[in-house]
Design a protein around this ligand. Structure first.
Ligand code: ATP
Ligand code: MN
Length: 480
């Protein structure tokens, strides 16, 4: 028999017709009320049994974690907490779950810490919090594609294994099929990668940007959305070794167009979540309100989750040059009182997360786009400004997150790019194809990278990036 998903059951009017649902038991109270969840919505369906009609053998298997198929009639609920419920006529236990063993897992119906959930990552999708986050993650992915597809972008699949290690976006993972115990050596005693699978050194990609640029120079507007790898040993709540990055690249866009695109895109996907994920957002919002109650007043959120999302959608991002930002930071209280771990004393300093968050959370109190950074702290491909000191880079900074987007207008002038590569010791030979773009019909173009998990962090209000990806890869951890 076909079953109906609970999300649809909850949208129907009570009738005398029977329906069937399938899902997992969240709780079974008073030998009478079964709360079933099937993942189609955060909401459980209350199923009411008249225990006199069922034998003890059947009842004993209705336990938290068990998988059930229930047939019955949908009626208006007598009790509080739900409007509809199912009056059960038959119940099939599809998969039992031994209560003694369930007790030892995060399936047991009580509050578990997020750390505990991470240890049992294979089960955590059956909790309210993680279920809500993963449904939102899925919807947000769809919104990303919808935005770009609606706006005439081509989705491009950039290689995951790359032969260039010049990009310098982060430390790379090596890819090799050589026997690590006994690798072939060359005359000088170094590993001879010519004998490796690809006949050269290869790595997992840190960014699809350079390849995306090649496609923008033919298709005009492209975007990537795929896995990205960084072997950076930064054990923070905002870094993963494997994350998903979205990288649009657009011919004829200058830096201002690039900022417009980033802002419009972010607002679109957040609006999509507000409109299409109301139940999950409401749940996560309540969760944060509860969490706040155990915090000192000063640390509590000024806005609820949905207020925060609306605020981002309804207000312009503040655009501030690096130079202006340095002035603000140099003269701000925490800098003068030596509260920053990395004090800001002069123009040219790289901004740390503490500075970014000060600007966004304390000074401007809204999302900020910083632009025109010193050339010395940014990548070789960013377009040099007329002052010859700064490049057309931009970072979008978000409250609670810090950097969510990093992007730039690209250097389109052959000679300037070549010179820059030389100065930064980047192999012309290896990136000949990248230089070719500047030889054959070069043009102004721009793009950015947005870390998808940082976006999911912001929209869900979660605090740790490990809790917004199914199976996080971080230093020392590749479980599951
Ligand atoms: P950060 O300074 O935060 O480490 P980055 O400057 O190294 O970031 P970029 O190289 O500009 O970042 O990458 C583009 C975007 O990818 C970032 O804005 C961020 O959203 C995301 N990102 C970068 N590194 C990671 C990571 N290790 N885990 C998750 N997301 C990341
Ligand atoms: Mn980084």
């Amino acid at each position: 028999m076909k079953h109906t998903e609970i999300v649809h059951v909850l949208q129907t009017e009570p009738t005398i017709n029977e329906l069937t649902i399938r899902g997992w038991v969240r709780s079974f109270r008073s030998n009478r009320f079964i709360a079933v969840n099937d993942g189609s919505t955060i909401k459980n369906l209350q199923c009411v049994i008249n225990f006199e009609n069922f034998n003890q053998d059947q009842l004993k298997d209705i336990t938290t974690g068990a998988c059930v198929e229930i047939t019955g009639v949908l009626v208006k609920s007598q009790g509080q907490g739900q409007t509809l419920e199912v009056q059960v006529s038959s119940i099939d236990i599809l998969g039992t779950a031994d209560p003694e063993q369930v007790k030892l897992t995060i399936l047991s119906p009580k509050r578990h810490s997020l750390e505990k959930l991470r240890e049992q990552a294979h089960l955590r999708v059956r909790t309210n919090t993680f279920g809500a986050v993963m449904r939102l993650r899925s919807k947000l992915s769809f919104a990303v594609h919808e935005y770009f597809q609606k706006n005439g972008f081509n989705y491009m699949h950039t290689p995951i294994i790359t032969g260039s290690d010049a990009e310098g976006a982060g430390e790379m993972f090596k890819v090799s099929a050589l026997d690590p115990k006994n690798p072939p050596l060359d005359d000088t005693g170094n590993v001879n990668y010519k004998e490796d699978f690809f006949a050269k050194e290869t790595n997992l990609t840190v960014s699809g940007q350079l390849e995306a640029e090649t496609f923008a120079m033919g298709l005009g507007k492209v975007y990537t959305f795929g896995p990205t790898f960084r072997a950076e040993n930064s054990n923070t709540s905002r870094h993963l070794a494997e994350f998903w990055m979205i990288e649009p690249e657009v011919a004829f866009n200058d830096l201002a167009d690039n900022m417009d695109l980033a802002e419009d895109f972010i607002k679109y996907v957040i609006t999509y979540a507000l409109e299409n994920c109301q139940d999950d957002l409401l749940f996560l919002e309540q969760r944060l309100i509860q969490e706040d109650k155990s915090k000192p007043m000063a640390e509590r959120q000024e806005m609820t989750l949905r207020e925060k999302l609306h605020f981002v959608v309804d207000n312009n991002f503040k655009r501030v040059s690096y130079t202006e930002a340095i002035d603000i930071l140099k003269n701000c209280k925490p800098n003068k009182k030596k509260k920053f771990k990395y004090p800001i004393d002069q123009w040219g300093a790289d901004l740390q997360s503490e500075h970014e968050r000060f600007l966004v959370e304390k000074h401007f109190k809204c999302p900020v786009i910083l632009f025109d950074y010193p050339a010395t702290i940014k990548a070789f491909y960013m377009r040099l400004n007329e002052d010859e000191k700064t490049v057309r880079a931009m970072d979008v900074l978000f409250p609670g997150i810090g950097e969510i987007v990093g992007g730039s207008q690209r250097e389109e002038r052959y000679d300037v790019l070549k010179q820059k590569m030389k100065a930064m010791d980047i192999s012309e030979e290896e990136l000949y194809w990248y230089l070719d773009l500047r030889k054959f019909g070069t043009c102004t173009h721009s793009g950015f990278g947005l870390g998808f998990e940082r976006l999911v962090l912001f929209v869900t209000g979660m605090g740790n990036i490990r809790d917004v990806i199914p199976y996080p890869r971080t230093p020392g951890n590749a479980e599951f």
